[in-house]
Design a protein around this ligand. Structure first.
Ligand code: GLY
Length: 344
């Protein structure tokens, strides 16, 4: 088992990779724990849950709403959970987002920890303390940054993931490799079949490397005022594609990374060989489907995202494989490149 720490001015969070979730009790208080999960996870794992009350939400993005938080808070009150209570999330990104947010506002904040059940949340979403819910079509607009006490990543749990969810998570793993870990990139390049066979020993090593990198970034810049922005590689175009096409996050980010890679090459940050390697690795895992949205829609959605950020767009470029650089770009530069890419 690997233990990785995030130390921020206000908290210390521990990420445990390769720890069996069946030994969870040692991380929990004896009383006052409430489990928050979703109906899919409940169906698969309920029998193995520790013996605490459970509040379950519908699976998927539609549960990321304030009304769900309100309902869950009502559930906590009914169960008599006070300031000494502990929320244990067992689920993927959506469940951890909801539970983390609820823990940060219920009675002005109670303790929480996560068992992260999807590859996407193990390599990215559940580490770093971001949580929140959506408002209409604007994602994660109401939320906080608050580190859970622990995040437990048990790669054995990935064996029950549907293929598309697994691949969607791989996309974020590849992103981490591109922006911060050249050795990780090479491991992924050289172990395609073992990864697709979900070899848990290999996955433990890959997830550990990804979490290690993210913990360094978050420890330095918890509130995303600088370095943490690099985690958004592929996300400027990717978010727009995700919104427009309604596809899974990782697949949209993969298309966004294809675009950001081509843009990085054009800007002179990546050689043609490196850009080819990135596109090859994304294709090796069937993450690219070449279905790009119309340029007018891309423009509209990027402007929409810019309004949310309230500043110019910090675009993330790959600077070789294993490093990234952030540049402030005008919306027109980003949309012009998109038009140019689509003409090719
Ligand atoms: N998923 C990007 C971040 O945690 O900052």
């Amino acid at each position: 088992m690997e233990r990785i720490f995030i130390n921020t001015p206000s908290t210390k969070s521990e990420i445990l990779v390769g720890h069996s979730w069946e030994n969870l009790s040692e991380l929990l208080p004896e009383t006052g724990v409430v489990i928050i999960t979703d109906d899919n996870i409940l169906k698969i794992y309920r029998k193995k849950f520790p013996d605490f009350p459970v509040l379950s939400v519908a699976p998927g993005e539609k549960s990321k709403q304030l009304s769900v938080i309100e309902k869950l808070a009502g559930g906590l009150l009914e169960l008599g959970i006070d300031r000494t209570g502990f929320i244990l999330a067992i689920g993927g990104g959506v469940v951890c987002d909801i539970a983390g947010f609820l823990a940060s506002v219920y009675m002005r904040g109670i303790r929480c920890g996560f068992v992260s059940t999807s590859l996407l949340s193990q390599v990215d979403a559940s580490t770093g303390g971001k949580n929140g819910v959506n408002q209409g079509s604007v994602k994660n607009i109401i939320g906080t940054i608050r580190q859970p006490e622990f995040v437990l990543c048990d790669p054995e749990m990935l064996l029950t993931l549907p293929d598309d969810e697994f691949l969607s998570g791989l996309s974020e793993l590849i992103k981490t490799a591109i922006i911060g870990d050249r050795v990780l990139f090479e491991f992924i390049e050289n172990s395609r079949d073992e990864i697709l066979n979900r070899n848990t020993e290999l996955l433990t090593m890959l997830i550990t490397r990804a979490v290690n990198f993210k913990s360094i970034v978050v420890t330095e810049d918890e509130r995303e005022t600088g370095l943490r922005r690099i985690l958004n590689f592929g996300h400027t175009y990717g978010h727009a594609i995700e919104l427009e096409r309604g596809i899974m996050h990782g697949f949209a980010v993969a298309l966004g990374m294809e675009l950001a890679t081509a843009f990085s090459k054009k800007m002179g940050y990546l050689s043609a060989d490196e850009a080819d390697r990135i596109v090859r690795i994304l294709n090796a895992f069937n993450l690219l489907d070449n279905k790009f949205i119309p340029a007018e829609d891309m423009e509209k959605l990027i402007v929409h995202d810019k309004k949310k950020a309230g500043s110019s767009i910090h675009f993330v470029f790959a600077e070789g494989i294993g490093q990234a650089v952030v540049r402030k770009m005008a919306v027109s530069e980003i949309t012009d490149f998109y038009r140019e890419f689509r003409k090719k």
